[in-house]
Design a protein around this ligand. Sequence first.
Ligand SMILES: C[S@@+](CC[C@H](N)C(=O)[O-])C[C@H]1O[C@@H](n2cnc3c(N)ncnc32)[C@H](O)[C@@H]1O
Length: 430
Amino acid sequence: MHHVFNPSDVVSDGLIEFAQDATAPQGLLFFHAKEGRPLATPWQVAALRARAVAEHRLPNGLVLDCACGSGIQLAAYALTLQRPVLGVELDDERARASAVNLQTVAGHARAEAASWFLESSVVAGDGTAAKDVLAALEGEAPHVAFLHLDPARPRNSRTHALEEMQPPLHRVLESWSPHFAPSEQGPAVLLDLSPRLTPTQRHEVEEIVERVWPGIAKTWEWTSRGRGRVDRLALWLGGIASDGVARRFVRVPSSLAQRPLMLSTNQTEPSLVCQHHPPKRGEQVSILDAALIESGLVERWLARVSADDLHRWAFIEGRRPQVHHDRPLQMYEDDAWLVQATGKVVELLTFDLDETTVDRLVEMALEHRMASVKLRFDLDPSLQPILQGSLDRQLRRRHGVREGFVARHPVADVLLLCVSPAKDEELPPI
Ligand SMILES: C[S@@+](CC[C@H](N)C(=O)[O-])C[C@H]1O[C@@H](n2cnc3c(N)ncnc32)[C@H](O)[C@@H]1O
């Protein structure tokens, strides 16, 4: 049975999970019923995405999120697009939390009297039952201008089958496709998928979409917040797909005031191949954002920051993709967001690094006037903080001024001590 929560008169009594989202403006506090918090989209991501959707022309109609959870993304769309939204959520308490959160966002923006807010609703019920959802609403059934879907997926599993997504993609698309507002660009749909989907699963998603809307335009988007992994993977379809963009990479900045860094392409990217070579002093080592590698846009970015150089990939998988090259990266503006570490190899460490040998590394670092050395390779997690702590303590307050890191050579049993360029060395004069 579907029933409606009206955001303008819903009450929060009895809802218990209440928290400040670290990425939201102070005072914007959200409810997350029934352990909904880990499922919720961070406000900053939701707001950036809503701004990106706002750049497209949508037909008349409402914004539908048919698995809206705590309604964070729903509220960000309502506020940014200034359109009525319709949230659908299977869990009754979470559906109510969504309506309350929408009310909070409208209150924060002093928009309680705005028609986009007054005409918004949240339905508790099955998001794959379009007819029942629409029948629960008063008045004439509205058209859908844009559909957002962020299905729940099993937690704590590294990979999972598409069938495990709830609600299932195909059922949502089949059920709602007759209710879209007519539009030349085709239906506007954003599928917010698991960042762990394999290329084969991405292909399966495309097949599901094609069965409902053959030939629809598609843009894949990888989002990173710079934490060494893909934060979100989304497929933008039809009215919100970007012309000539098959794949896009978005690096979300640390604050809402900054603009995200975006890279895009319409080409199939050549697959990366590791090329092993002997360790060498003087060569450059860069450890990049893992999400940039997964998006397949790294070569495009390297062509800009490291043009006419040879790139030898040491590691292409895992949290620290590492490339070796001959000349320093030429980074401008926000390029540094995509680099975990970059620098020139000044010493080859032919000994194992442990508590008995860390002092040898300190001596080498001091010879190169280094004030800080970060360990940027996989180490036993119990040893890592001990060695890093020892390095930090011993290098602090000595004569060093330069920064650097230690990386692992991919095949030789050697660690590479690298010195990073000084901040003002990064930008050649223009
Ligand atoms: C990942 S969460 C969505 C989070 C949301 N984007 C946010 O910002 O808070 C997915 C939600 O889908 C809901 N769900 C699962 N099956 C559903 C169905 N058949 N109909 C409606 N909601 C469903 C789950 O209860 C869960 O709250």
